[in-house]
Write a protein that binds this ligand. Structure first.
Ligand SMILES: CC(C)(COP(=O)(O)OP(=O)(O)OC[C@H]1O[C@@H](n2cnc3c(N)ncnc32)[C@H](O)[C@@H]1OP(=O)(O)O)[C@@H](O)C(=O)NCCC(=O)NCCS
Length: 136
């Protein structure tokens, strides 16, 4: 996961193996790995799930891996009791914004100049419907 993260984010935002190990030791945190070279880390707290990070290695992108991981994370979080999922995404990250918008997420907040590059973070959220497939 650290390797894919390093290839996917600016150097000052990359999480090393220790950061992943720490996260995975926290209550409610789970990781999903995709054999094509992608992963998603999420946390369920009571009835709310948060996507902590999601990345697909550059040469495996645009083949459906990111969406597959997101759908699987909603299903897993729903099984763990979550009724909504939220996340933060940079306003200038068009690939991720498209993925989330076409997966049913809507903007519910804005954190100005949240990231190291000065970009704003959009807070996005969508309901998780228990029993139903977690599609858009
Ligand atoms: C965002 C990311 C995880 C998407 O993974 P992916 O496997 O390429 O995504 P998918 O192939 O499942 O594409 C799903 C949707 O995302 C959007 N998308 C993906 N790549 C895109 C691009 N380069 N430009 C615009 N939209 C894009 C499209 O809406 C796409 O749906 P479509 O195929 O029906 O058009 C990947 O680009 C990535 O790892 N980026 C770097 C890390 C990152 O930004 N993580 C998210 C942090 S919030």
């Amino acid at each position: 996961m650290a390797e894919i993260h390093r290839a996917s984010f600016p150097p000052d935002e990359a999480w090393g193996p220790d950061a992943f190990a720490l996260q995975l030791g926290l209550p409610g945190v789970f990781a999903l790995l995709d054999e094509t070279g992608g992963f998603l880390l999420a946390r369920v707290t009571m009835d709310e799930a948060e996507v902590l990070t999601l990345a697909v290695q550059p040469d495996a992108r645009q083949r459906g891996t990111g969406r597959r991981l997101l759908v699987a994370a909603m299903q897993e979080a729903g099984r763990d009791g979550a009724r909504t999922m939220f996340l933060e995404v940079s306003a200038i990250n068009n690939a991720a914004r498209n993925l989330y918008e076409t997966s049913g997420f809507r903007q519910v907040g804005l954190r100005r100049r949240y990231y190291a590059d000065g970009s704003d973070a959009l807070v996005m959220r969508r309901p998780i419907t228990s029993g139903a497939p977690a599609s858009a």
